[in-house]
Each structure stands twice: as C-alpha cells, then as structure tokens.
Write a protein that binds this ligand. Structure first.
Ligand code: ADP
Ligand code: ZN
Ligand code: MG
Length: 484
C-alpha cells in the first residue's frame, strides 16, 4: 500500500465578547428568548443603516496582535452576496480583500496536544501560519423540527472573527493542539469565551490526502458540525481513513462538504462544492474604510502576557517544571492566582503542588471555578510558609488545606484549632529529651559506645512524650548535644 500524506487547514469562527452586535445596538448573548434582541438593522429591513462597533474592531486587532499578525493601516467591509433563509439581507457584511489582520501564527506547545499524543510529537515547537483574520457578522440560527423549522435572529449580527490557517496542519493531533492553543490565547485576551459547546467557537476542517510523491494537494473536503476539540480530532481521523481507503480503491474524490455525526462516529456527505462560488463581493457602500491607526495604541496597551510567555516566566522565576507551568498557565485566572501565591511563598514548588494537586481537585469536586476560590491567595502563601518552616509537616499541610477550602479560615487559626503545631520550643523540648535519656540507659550506653542508630530509640521516646508534636530536627540537635 502506498503511503499517504494528510493536509489540513482550519477555518475557525469566533464570536466576540462585545456587549452589542456588529452593526446595531442590539444586545449579544446566549440564552435570551428567541427573536427578542433584534432591530431593523439586524433583521435586514430595506434602508436600515449599519453603524460599526468600535469594540469589535479593537478586539479583533487585539486577537491579531496576540497571534503575531500584521494589522494594516486600513481595512474595509464588503458585501458577500448569497441567499440563505438565515440571512434576510441576502448578503453578509464581511471583509474580502482588505481584512483587519494578515499573517501571524498559532504556536503548538507540547501540552496543547492530546495527553496520549504528548510523547510522540512529530514536529516539536511547530507554529502553524495564519493566512488572515477577518471580521464579519454572524447569521441567524435555524432549528429544524419534525414538521417545520424555526429561526432565531438574536444571533444575527453578532461580531464574528474568521481565523483562517494555511494548509499546514499534518494530523488530527496537530489540529487538536492548534485549537487548544488558539482557544487559550483568545480567552487570555478576553476577546471571546470561545466555548465550542455554546457555538462561540466553530471550526470548519478542510482535509485532503495525497499519495507520497505527489506534489499537488489532494481534493479538499470540508467537515462541519463538531462541537468539541476532541470531536474535531475524531472527525479528522475518520475522514483521513475514509479518503485514504477511497483512493486505495482507485476512486476519485469530489470537493464537498460533510457533516460529523459524533454519536455514529462518522462523517456524512452534505453537499458538493463548486470550485469557486461567485459571491459578487463589492465594498459595502454604507460603511467607510477603517483607519486602524486611530486605535492601535490603545490595543497594544491591552495586550496581556500570553500563555506561552507565562509558562516560560514561571519556569525561570519560580523554578517549577515545564509541565506544572503549563497546567498553571492554561487558564488566566489560575495563573494569576498562582502568581499571587508564589510571590509571597518561601517555596514556589510547594505552592505549585498545592495549587495543582489540592486546589484544582477541591475545585472540581465542589464544581467551582477559579473565580470562586473561597480564600485569598495570601492564605495559601501563609500555608506554604508554615510547611516550609517545619512548624507542620506537609501531610498536616494537606489537612489544613482541606479545612481552609471548607471554611475559608486562615491557616494559623486552623493549625491552632487543631492543636497541630509542632513543638519547636527548645526549652520545653530539652526537658523532654532529658526525661527520655534518663528512661533509656541502655540506648544511651550503646550510643556512647559508638552505635549511632541507638539514638533513634531515645528520639522515639521524645516523640511519644510530646504526643507526636516535637519537631524531629530540633529533637535530633538537642539529643546530639546532650549526649556528646
Ligand atoms: P475556499 O475558497 O474553498 O474557502 P481556501 O483556499 O480559502 O478555500 O481555503 C480554505 C481553507 O482550506 C484554508 O484553511 C486552507 O488552508 C485550507 N485548504 C486549502 N486547500 C486545502 C487542501 N487541498 N487540503 C486541505 N486544506 C486545504
Ligand atoms: Zn439589531
Ligand atoms: Mg475561503
């Protein structure tokens, strides 16, 4: 059997987190009663005039900045003409030849790959280049019922970014990493919540296969309807196998669009696609070109530290592992919480362990988000510092943590309440040591005769006398001194 090469290019639509729609003042948002957030502009009434949403332009430029795109001085809006029931103007306002962002790329970092694929990454450090990002308006949402269909115009006119990649993605695992990384960056910038299940991020996958040795790409087939990143991976894996098998049988593939059925685990033919649609694009006469220089200084000032930059800084500044740094940086709010803890902690690694192991599992068990952590970051730094000082053991630290998560109380109060504090007071401990020495003449004699391990019996006695609270390091020092 010949070997086949896979080529994938993604077109990702992202709803922007603006308060109002792209060309009118209607509210955006998810979950309102159907057809309540509408007006003559987004319903496409003749003669209604669009007014640009400045926030949408700035957010798209910010997305571009975060992804390393070039933002040209001027961009413009065009009409893309076609008929579809969910688009009553019979054209969509979009950007054709002068989009707001050009070029750029999405870095595929190790931990953005699916867990089971992280050990066998074909191209470590790969960056997938972007063709462009343009800004357009979303269409209405249609729902199909048994006997009829319904249409909800609340979504019509929502600002939508389309992020188009070059055909440079080589496998379903790279597509997974691309989307994970892109989603993280968009959420970091606050430009979208990018939740695929809510349709805030929608991905069309273009995929083709060709026999090794053939220069031109194979026939491009588009897949739609995936509502999670892992569904994208599954759909691509299925489709690559299907296309390869067809070529093996000597069949010719046709350019077409297929839908992914996640329950059935297969793609199904939806429609053939002509080589080039004729959308009769022309500049929208109701909208002037945009001079992006008017707002780029403001946008540059809003660029956040990106996930990759945070990861690298955590590794160098706090000395934690790349894996721990990637978990902590995966969510902006979590990264900021860890940063605040680590800044005041004497041991940033213990801080990372407590956040990753104890805090994240407590949050998930309580079905809480990072925003709902029931105690301030300083409580966690305090806890790290008492563990670091030896006043309590790390095992006791976990117990204190659980109590802190339940009550929100400060660690000092919890330690006192539980009577956990290790005895480090040398005066009190010295008395106990003397008592233990008197009670163990045999061990003392052996120790003095050169059997160093004999000290353990005496140490055990001190621990017993202190009800387990004696600080073992201090006891060791005291006994060594007293027996010298
Ligand atoms: P269309 O005009 O049909 O939208 P484009 O050339 O604009 O096609 O490409 C759309 C997407 O498909 C891009 O992300 C691009 O990288 C990808 N693509 C283009 N050709 C192929 C191919 N032969 N195989 C896989 N992906 C492709
Ligand atoms: Zn409206
Ligand atoms: Mg295209």
């Amino acid at each position: 059997m010949a070997r086949y090469i896979t080529t994938i290019g993604l077109e990702v639509h992202v709803q922007l987190k603006t308060r109002s729609k792209m060309f009118c003042g209607c509210a955006t948002g998810f979950g309102a009663e159907p057809n309540t957030n509408v007006c003559p502009v987004c319903l496409g009434y003749p003669g209604a005039l669009p007014v640009m949403n400045a926030d949408a332009l700035k957010m798209t430029a910010l997305a571009g900045l975060m992804l390393g795109c070039r933002v040209p001085d001027v961009c413009k809006f065009d009409r893309k003409n076609y008929f579809y029931p969910d688009m009553p103007k019979n054209y969509q306002i979009t950007q054709f030849d002068q989009p707001i962002c050009i070029g750029g790329g999405v870095p595929l970092h190790e931990f953005a790959y699916p867990k089971d694929a992280q050990k066998s990454i074909a191209a470590p450090g790969k960056v997938v280049n972007l063709t462009r990002i343009h800004l357009e308006e979303d269409v209405a949402k249609s729902s199909h019922f048994e006997a009829n269909s319904g249409i909800d115009f609340n979504r019509a006119g929502t600002p939508l970014m389309e992020i188009v990649s070059e055909p440079e993605i080589d496998s379903p695992e790279e597509a997974f990493a691309y989307l994970t990384s892109l989603q993280q960056i968009l959420i970091y910038g606050g430009v979208s919540d990018a939740d695929m299940e809510k349709g805030q991020l929608r991905c069309d996958c273009n995929v083709s296969v060709r026999p090794e040795g053939q220069r031109e790409f194979g026939t491009k087939i588009e897949i739609k309807n995936m509502n999670s990143i892992s569904a994208v991976r599954r759909a691509l894996a299925y489709e690559i196998e299907r296309q390869t098998a067809a070529l093996e049988r000597g069949e010719k593939l046709r350019q077409s669009t297929r839908g992914w059925d996640d329950a059935a685990g297969q793609t199904r033919h939806q429609r053939d696609k002509e080589d080039a649609h004729d959308y009769r694009y022309f500049p929208d006469p109701d909208l002037l070109p945009v001079d992006t220089r008017a707002f780029m200084d403001e946008v540059r000032a809003r660029r956040p530290e990106l996930p990759g930059e945070k990861r690298d800084r955590f590794v160098t500044q706090y000395g934690i592992t790349a894996y721990d740094a990637s978990v902590l940086a995966s969510e902006k709010a979590l990264a900021e919480f860890y940063d605040a803890v680590a800044k005041n902690a004497k041991d940033a690694k213990t801080a990372a362990n407590l956040v990753i192991n104890d805090l994240l599992s407590a949050l998930s068990a309580a079905e809480k988000t990072v925003e709902e952590i029931p105690f301030p970051a300083t409580h966690l730094s305090d806890l790290v510092n008492v563990i670091h000082s030896g006043a309590i053991s790390s095992k006791q630290g976990k117990e204190v943590f659980a109590e802190m998560f339940a009550s929100g109380n400060a660690p000092a109060a919890i330690i006192k309440d539980k009577g956990m504090e290790q005895m480090s007071d040398t005066g009190a401990l010295e008395a106990l040591c003397k008592q233990a020495i008197e009670a163990n003449p045999k061990a003392v004699a052996e120790y003095k005769a050169g059997k160093a391990a004999a000290i353990n019996a005496i140490k055990g006695q001190v621990m017993k006398l202190s009800q387990g609270k004696a600080n073992p390091g201090v006891v060791n020092d005291l006994l060594t001194k007293l027996l010298a």
